[in-house]
Design a protein around this ligand. Structure first.
Ligand SMILES: [Zn+2]
Length: 343
């Protein structure tokens, strides 16, 4: 399917005009589309972008489901579904981006000359034209992990937007050309990672969050739940040829054996005396801990002693999984230095 860098606007779609099935709905759009739905208060607009990655469908499914309700949003809604052709390219919903096309969520900075860059530029123009009071960019995680928000800028408004979806917020200064990195000065922008693409709870979270986002009078007044903040986290990952197992006995041929109860480490400070797991024949070489710049910091944060893995300094762990599939496809866990001061 040809990549279309044109961004069409569909004004005031009626629920009866929207195709009943989700895949039919994407075929109906045919390409990158911004849906504009006038609100009860037409003086304000909230924007949401999704399907920047063709294999991350929770946000687009939520938009489709919400359009079929026919509910009028509280304020104008600008709902942008971007990589429609990528999503529809067989096998369905398997491509993050097409092989010859750049990752759209790395294109929100100059140069805007190739097809993905031009589509990114058109989306930015549209956002400037509609001047939304907020922007949510909805994704799915690559593994099956839980939902979290990501922001490059932190204030009460950003935290309030995160609370619509949950209570975990990663603050990163990473600059990759992602959509989230723009608009800090213009309008609060956050990324929501809804959990894995194939998970029914991810779709449900995307839908309930979208409904709340569009139907609340004010999206900047949420003060609950309390948010767990993680500044500039690193990810502990297996090297591609390594595997993990979750057992109460060390499996010596496996790169890492972690306890079946490893997820009890979540949101706790891990000291340097508590083993994280048993290492296999390759020791620390089976693991990597990349920082925001992509540098492997494994020896800075971890040490092997008596074939067990320990933290070298107190760490705060989060999104610890006990699912080997998530551990392989995404990471074992995220962590931050427990003693580093927040910026
Ligand atoms: Zn994504």
């Amino acid at each position: 399917m040809e990549f279309n860098d044109h961004l069409q606007v569909w004004e005031s779609p009626l629920s009866t005009e929207v195709a009943d099935g989700f895949v039919d709905f994407l075929h109906q759009l045919g390409g990158p589309t911004a849906l504009f739905i006038p609100g009860k208060d037409p003086s304000r607009t909230r924007a949401l972008t999704t399907l920047l990655h063709g294999n991350e469908t929770s946000g687009a499914k939520a938009i489709h489901r919400w359009l079929k309700t026919g509910v009028q949003p509280e304020v104008n809604a600008l709902l942008c579904i971007l990589s429609v052709q990528t999503a529809l390219t067989p096998p369905l919903f398997s491509h993050r981006h097409l092989p010859e096309i750049r990752d759209l969520n790395r294109c929100f900075r100059a140069p805007f000359t190739d097809p993905a860059g031009m589509l990114a530029a058109r989306l930015l123009d549209l956002l400037r034209q509609y001047q939304p009071e907020s922007l949510i960019d909805m994704h799915n995680t690559s593994g099956k992990g839980p939902a979290f928000g990501v922001a490059t800028y932190l204030d009460d408004n950003h935290q309030s937007l995160i609370r619509i979806f949950g209570d975990q917020l990663i603050v990163t200064d990473l600059r990759l050309g992602a959509l989230m990195e723009l608009g800090d000065a213009d309008f609060p922008t956050v990324t929501i990672e809804c959990g894995g693409s194939d998970e029914p709870q991810s779709d449900q979270l995307a839908y309930s969050g979208l409904s709340c986002y569009l139907e609340r009078h004010d999206v900047f007044d949420l003060t609950e739940p309390a948010i767990d903040l993680y500044y500039h986290p690193l990810r502990l990952e297996l090297t591609p040829e390594s595997t993990v197992c979750y057992s109460d006995q060390p499996q010596r041929q496996i790169a890492l054996t972690m306890s079946r109860l490893a997820d009890q480490l979540n949101r706790r400070v891990l000291d340097t005396e508590t083993p994280i797991g048993w290492l296999g024949p390759d020791g620390l070489d089976a693991l990597s801990a990349r920082d925001g710049a992509g540098h492997n910091q494994i020896h800075h944060f971890f040490v092997a002693q008596h074939q067990q893995l320990y933290a070298k300094r107190p760490l705060k762990l989060f999104m610890v999984t006990t699912n080997p599939e998530i551990a392989s496809s995404d990471c074992l866990f995220y962590f931050v230095d427990a003693e580093a001061s927040d910026p």
